[in-house]
Ligand binder design. Structure first.
Ligand code: NCD
Ligand code: ZN
Length: 351
C-alpha cells in the first residue's frame, strides 16, 4: 500500500512499459532520466534499422546496460519489431529468451521509423497464432495509415477495422494497445477480453489538442497518435484512476533532436522521461486519486507481463521543480515537455 499525505507519497518503484531510448550517445544521455525513477522499462525496437531478431535485441540490451550510470539498478526489457518477414521460429526464440518480452506491430508509415512495418494484418495471422500459442504479448501502435482517414480519427478507425477482428480471431492472445488517446479506445479496452490492455502516456493525460496550437504551432506537443479532444483526455484520466488493471503506465517518451522537431516537417514524439513519474503524479493528484497511482505505475503492468513487483520504494513530494529549456542528447539537444516551466512534484533523491 502506498503511504500518502497531502504533500508526500511513498510507493513501490514502477515500470515504464513503453519507452524510446534510441541508441549511442543519445541513449547515453536520456537513459539516466528513466533509470532514476523506474526499475524497468519496455524498450521500443524502432531503431534505424529496427530490432527484428532476438540476437539484435540482446545486443541492444547489452548496449543499454553498458550505458547505465554507475550504481544504477535498472532493467531494460526488450521488444521485437514485427515485419512481414518475421518467422514463427523467431517468435519461439523470443519467448525462450530472458531479454524479449513482447513484439511490436507498427502499421507501415504510421509513425517515426515505421517504414518496415506491416501493411496488412491478415498476412501476419500465422505469426499471431504462434504468439498466442507461446503466450508472447503483441503490442500495437493502433492507428490506420490511410491518408483518406482524418488524422484525429485514425485510432478509432483502427479499433473497428484492425483490433476488433484481431481480438475475435485470437481470444487468448495478450495484446497491448499502446499509448491510447481516445474515449473510444478506453471503451474498447474496457469491453475487450481480459488479455487486452492499454498503456497511457503522461502527455495524453495532461494535454488536449489545443496544446498543438497555443499561440502558434507547437512542435514539441506533436506526437503520434496525435493529441485529441478534452473529452478524450478526461476519459483517459477516468480510466487510469479507476483502478482497472487493463490500464497501466507507458510513457512513450520519444526524444528527438531539437532541430528535427523545430523544422518545416517536424518529427513526432514528446520527451517526458526526465519527469514522467512526477507528471503522472500530478495527473492523479489533480484528479484527487493519488491512492490509485501505485497500481497504475507499479502493479498492473508487471502483472500483465508476468513480472515480479519491484521491492524498492520511492517518494515524491509536492514541491515545484524547474524544468530546463533543453537537455543535452549526444551531440544535440532535446527539448522536454513543459520546457522552462515546472514539475509540480519532485522525486526525493536518496544517496
Ligand atoms: C515515437 C518515436 O519517436 O519513436 N513517436 C511518437 O510520436 N510517439 C514512435 C511512436 O511510438 O509512435
Ligand atoms: Zn512509442
Amino acid at each position: 500500500m502506498p503511504t500518502i499525505s497531502q504533500d508526500k507519497i511513498t510507493l513501490r518503484k514502477g515500470d515504464d512499459f513503453h519507452l524510446h531510448l534510441r541508441d549511442g550517445g543519445a541513449m547515453q544521455s536520456v537513459l539516466p532520466h528513466t533509470a532514476r525513477s523506474f526499475a524497468r522499462a519496455l524498450v521500443m525496437p524502432n531503431l534505424k534499422p529496427p530490432i527484428t531478431t532476438v540476437a539484435e535485441a540482446e545486443a541492444y540490451q547489452k548496449r543499454i546496460l553498458n550505458a547505465l550510470p554507475e550504481r544504477s539498478v535498472f532493467c531494460p526489457l526488450m521488444s521485437l519489431y514485427l515485419t512481414e518477414k518475421t518467422t514463427g521460429d523467431e517468435i519461439r526464440r523470443a519467448k525462450q529468451s530472458d531479454s524479449v518480452h513482447a513484439v511490436k506491430l507498427y502499421p507501415a508509415g504510421a509513425t517515426t521509423n515505421s517504414e518496415s512495418g506491416v501493411r496488412t494484418l491478415e498476412a501476419l495471422y500465422p505469426i499471431f497464432e504462434t504468439m498466442q500459442e507461446v503466450d508472447l504479448p503483441l503490442l500495437i501502435h493502433g492507428e490506420v495509415v490511410d491518408r483518406d482517414v482524418d488524422i484525429f480519427d485514425r485510432e478509432k478507425v483502427f479499433l473497428d477495422v484492425g483490433l476488433l477482428p484481431l481480438t475475435k480471431e485470437f481470444p487468448e492472445l495478450r495484446i497491448v494497445l499502446e499509448h491510447i488517446t481516445t474515449k473510444n479506445a478506453v471503451e474498447f479496452i474496457e469491453a475487450a477480453h481480459p488479455r487486452v490492455a492499454a498503456t497511457v502516456t503522461a502527455h495524453h493525460l495532461l494535454l488536449n489538442r489545443n496544446a498543438l496550437f497555443e499561440g502558434g504551432v507547437r512542435p514539441h506537443h506533436f506526437c503520434l497518435p496525435i493529441l485529441k479532444r478534452e473529452r478524450d483526455r478526461e476519459s483517459l484520466v477516468r480510466a487510469v484512476t479507476s483502478q482497472n488493471p487493463k490500464f497501466f503506465a507507458g510513457t512513450d517518451s520519444a526524444p528527438h533532436a531539437q532541430h528535427a522537431k523545430e523544422s518545416a516537417c517536424g518529427c513526432a514524439g514528446i520527451y517526458t522521461a526526465f519527469g514522467a513519474l512526477e507528471l503522472y503524479c500530478e495527473v492523479f493528484d489533480e484528479a484527487h486519486a493519488l491512492g490509485a497511482l501505485e497500481a497504475f505505475t507499479s502493479e498492473f503492468g508487471a502483472r500483465f507481463y508476468g513480472l515480479p513487483l519491484n521491492e524498492e520504494k520511492i517518494s515524491l513530494v509536492k514541491k515545484e521543480n524547474p524544468i530546463p529549456i533543453s537537455y543535452r542528447m549526444g551531440d544535440d539537444f532535446v527539448v522536454p515537455l513543459r520546457a522552462g516551466g515546472n514539475l509540480k512534484w519532485r522525486l526525493e533523491e536518496r544517496d
